[in-house]
Design a protein around this ligand. Structure first.
Ligand code: F0G
Length: 354
């Protein structure tokens, strides 16, 4: 029938699917590609956003996780584990619940957005918050998974990359070809690796062309840009608060092979882009996602994105993941009024005439 049945079913010919792979899905994938009419006009480009926050757990991680958990199940594993800044753990917990598996997550204490923590507890994960950052947590879970019969589902698991590459397929199908430029936030660098793999594979089969890959790190966590491990990464965009990206070399390769680049944006630029895209276009994405929008603004200004370019910007996670940042940065707050029509009317008349 016509019903969307999720990534594994839809893209099985492109994925490591066997007769024994369980048909796991939360109907992930098939996310919108939204044209940003006003921002396109203002910037002199054709600007689209791939809204990955519409996935079942609210981020792109569902694409890779459905594949990684299905393969873990197929291989007879009963337990999955990951380190996370919040989105990977939300996806892992959800698909583990779906697949009747145990899920253990390790997060940096106090440094994951509230909505993501809410998801992990609701899906029933076992949660360990360490007094360390994401890089410490990843190092720890890699070692533990080597010593115990537990499947690691961070993006160093190749099935994660396989699932995530399907987003590039969708972009090509939705646009009719690859864009001139693909702008994407970079944290642990798995997603830029996956998109580049996806674009290359789709081009080989369907001659869809190849984009230039423009990846953006947060300035306080810009290990790749600065070409050095950042011991104490800091950024408001907690999802990409990562100082030693696991797929570092693959990200550099994607940038070089495609004629693109890895660059960085400041927290100020991220927060500006975060508010701009919500207010101008009605698209609410979490701060880390908006590193890509911030990067596009910067590249249009500098001419690194030429006028007239078709640009697809990946908005990796839903804005609702991080309600605290939304409230903190906003000048608009609720005006508290009595429960009386006259009082509300009086207030409106005062503000409307001014
Ligand atoms: N955007 C969001 C919303 C993310 O959650 C992440 C990564 C990224 C971008 C960067 O993607 O790591 O593939 O370069 N989040 C991971 C996590 C680290 O644990 O949820 P990447």
């Amino acid at each position: 029938g016509m019903r969307w049945k999720g990534l594994i079913e839809h893209y099985k010919e492109y994925l490591p699917v066997t007769a024994n792979t369980p048909s796991l899905t939360l109907n992930e994938g098939n996310t919108p590609l939204i044209y940003l009419e006003k921002m396109s006009k203002q910037l002199g480009i054709e600007l689209y956003v791939k809204t990955e926050g519409t996935n079942p757990t609210g981020s792109f991680k569902d694409r890779g996780m459905v594949m990684a958990v299905a393969k873990a199940k197929e291989e007879g594993s009963t337990t999955i584990m990951c380190a996370s800044t919040g989105n990977t753990s939300a996806a892992a917990a959800a698909y583990a619940a779906r697949a009747n598996m145990r899920c253990i997550i390790v997060i940096p204490n106090g440094k994951i957005a509230f909505g993501k923590l809410a998801q992990a507890v609701m899906y029933g994960a076992e949660i360990y918050a360490i007094e360390g950052n994401f890089d410490d947590a990843l190092k720890m879970v890699r070692e533990i998974c080597n010593e115990m019969p537990i499947t690691l589902v961070n993006s160093v698991n190749p099935y994660r990359i396989e699932g995530q590459k399907t987003a590039a397929f969708e972009v090509c199908d939705q646009l009719g070809k690859a864009p001139d430029i693909l702008a994407i936030p970079v944290g642990n660098a798995g997603n830029i690796t996956a998109y580049w793999k996806g674009f290359k594979e789709y081009h080989e089969k369907h001659q869809t062309g190849l984009p230039k890959m423009h990846g953006f790190e947060a300035e306080g966590a810009a290990a790749i840009v600065k070409n050095q491990v950042i011991e104490n990464p800091e950024t408001i965009a907690t999802a990409i608060r990562i100082g030693n990206p696991a797929s570092w070399k693959f990200a550099v390769n994607a940038a070089n092979e495609s004629g693109g680049k890895i660059d960085m944006v400041s927290d100020e630029e991220i927060l500006h882009a975060y508010q701009l895209v919500a207010r101008t276009e009605g698209v609410f994405a979490e701060p880390a996602s908006c590193a890509s929008i911030a990067g596009v603004l910067k590249d249009v200004k500098s001419g690194k994105i030429p006028q007239g370019s078709t640009v697809v910007t990946v908005l990796t996670g839903n804005g609702l993941k991080d309600p605290n940042t939304a409230i903190d940065v906003s000048s608009i707050k609720p005006v508290v009024l009595p429960n009386e029509k006259e009082a509300v009317l009086q207030h409106l008349k005062e503000v409307v005439t001014s």
